[in-house]
Design a protein around this ligand. Structure first.
Ligand code: ZN
Length: 163
């Protein structure tokens, strides 16, 4: 038996101004997009934005439904819409911003497991890591250099192909 350990590296930016300009752009877009979330049931608004390889920023937000499981997270709304419109552009970065109506988030918002899986799919499609920027409406942001950092030992198409 071998015991192994997985480490991840991440950066903590104390405010948006410390970040590189391209990341500031996606954080701004994600924050703004959270205001358009359709979250009448949870009141937990989330905005997301992706920076594509053609430097277009594409936004989305969570969309809820009276039949609860039919809603979708901001990250997947954004990723699927971006990839539907720009299928040849790889994704450089995704920013995620939690903006609940009834309280202020005490820490940057992390993507759920399902959204991490979808991010890794697009990393594999383009053979390009996606920087994941987790933030609140103001203040601290956490950045990892690849979605794989957030989903170690991930399931992928290699598993389906016996690789
Ligand atoms: Zn999610």
């Amino acid at each position: 038996m071998d015991k192994k350990t997985i480490y991840i590296n991440y950066q903590v930016y104390h405010n948006k101004e410390e970040m590189p300009a391209d990341l500031q752009k996606v954080v701004d877009a994600a924050r703004k997009s959270s205001l358009n979330a359709y979250a009448p049931y949870s009141s937990f608004r989330v905005g997301a934005a992706v920076l594509l390889s053609n430097d277009i920023v594409f936004c989305g937000n969570n969309q809820e439904n009276a039949s609860y499981p039919e809603g979708l997270c901001a990250e997947r709304v954004t990723l699927f819409a971006a990839m539907a419109n720009y299928p040849q552009e790889s994704i450089k970065a995704i920013a995620i911003c939690g903006n609940p109506i009834h309280f202020q988030l005490p820490h940057p918002l992390s993507p759920c497991g399902a959204c991490r899986q979808v991010m890794v799919e697009y990393e594999n499609k383009f053979h390009h890591p996606i920087q994941v920027v987790m933030c609140t409406m103001s203040g601290e942001c956490i950045v990892v250099e690849s979605a794989k950092d957030l989903l170690p030992l991930q399931f992928s198409s290699n598993d389906l192909n016996g690789k």
